[in-house]
Design a protein around this ligand. Sequence first.
Ligand SMILES: Cc1ncc(COP(=O)(O)O)c(C=O)c1O
Length: 407
Amino acid sequence: MTLEQIAELESQTLMSTYERLPLLAVRGEGCFLFDAAGKKYLDFLGGLAVNALGYNHHEMMTVLRDESETLLHVSNLIYHRFQAPLAQKLAVLSGLDRVFFANTGSEAVEGAMKLARAYARRAEAGSERFVILALENSFHGRTLGALSATWPEKYRKPFEPLVPGVEFVRANDLDQLKQKFSECVAAILVEVIQGEGGVVELEREFLQAAEHLARAHDALFICDEIQCGLGRTGRFFAYQKFGLQPDIVVVAKPLAGGLPLAAVLARNRVAEAFHPGLHGSTFGGGPLQCRLALKFLEIIERPGFLEHVREVGEYFRQKLLGLQEDLPVIQQVRGDGLMLAAQLAVAGKEAVQQGLQAGLIFNCTQERVLRFLPPLIVEKQDVDQFTEGLRPILQTLPAARPKGAHA
Ligand SMILES: Cc1ncc(COP(=O)(O)O)c(C=O)c1O
């Protein structure tokens, strides 16, 4: 079937939830995707931060083949060999103690919110301590609980009433943060770098105050590391840059190298709020995903891996800053490691379409922010190819928004 035929069939059969790019992917290799006609695309979106080791990392593929023929799935009523070692590894890397395995980011956020409420009420059922503070400009997922903590109204409004008890704080507003803390607050949930929000790094002072206020009010400090964690910034976790010590951390996206696996990590005293029956998942933490995740973590832990992310990330950032010097359409370059963005003066959709024609994949968030989440194995020559391909595309964009246009 051709791209046009597939698109037509999808338009008749799928619920209309995605605006797809006109690309029919048939094969992936390293940082490249190939379409049905054999056209090669340099992918700097990386499956939205999932394909951190590229499309066909040979060690991941070996594990995949072996485990898929050994034990594909077993229910959580039975032990398998890989959950405990994976939990142990995640605990060591994060400084936390215990793990609950889920499948998707949203599901992990749900788990964290439930855990925070269970912990807040450990001493007194029905206590008034249930408020979850979230930040303006945040994105935590699409299920009803996670959506309640997600900022953009366009995502939330059609589904109201959402889960009650979530209150928003302006990101980096210390005064409002202090005002919002009370004895009703069970937790504060933050993305150290707001991904969907346009790759916006929170300020050190604000993050440290959030952790400190949470401690002072017997509330929990939760970091959503679903997009910025697991090596993306050149550290295992983005919060480590600021010396933060969260009570709960949620991870997902790249954990099992392309298969769904998410995790809620928590301190012992917090994790104790869960007991059998209080939470669960049919698929969460299956043997295939857990074994893949063990291999993924083993690879990113190898000497030089995270240094590579930092080095190539900085190289890429400098290249983007170079483009900014030449092209006034770029207003700001943001991000850390291999989570980078270029804020444009105009809408970025056109650039994404043109990129595709030129064999480059990236996306646009917040209307005017080009976001780059390449595989962590990307090399400097890939960055050169990408930025050289991006330059003529950005050159064709008007330097500023035409009068009266609302991009
Ligand atoms: C920071 C963050 N949290 C949560 C989610 C939701 O993850 P999922 O789409 O796997 O449910 C995302 C997805 O992009 C995310 O970036």
